[in-house]
Design a protein. Structure first.
Length: 66
């Protein structure tokens, strides 16, 4: 099974994911990966400045986040 087969099975289009701790570390990475898989991502964190950085990263890769 190739990696593209796996990604096809994990298509998250028309899904919404809520990620807490999205301003850095694993939360930021999960947000990015979920967005790349097609999910709309709702970001939550305590550090607003870092959270805005995550938002920018996702939007630069044509992802959708709130």
């Amino acid at each position: 099974m190739s990696s593209s087969d796996i990604l096809d099975k994990c298509n998250l289009s028309n899904k919404t994911a809520l990620v807490t701790g999205a301003s850095r570390g694993l939360g930021r990475r999960f947000s990015s990966v979920l967005s790349n898989m097609g999910a709309k991502v709702v970001l939550a964190a305590r550090n607003k400045e870092k959270l805005l950085e995550t938002e920018e990263l996702i939007k630069e890769s044509n992802g959708e986040c709130y």
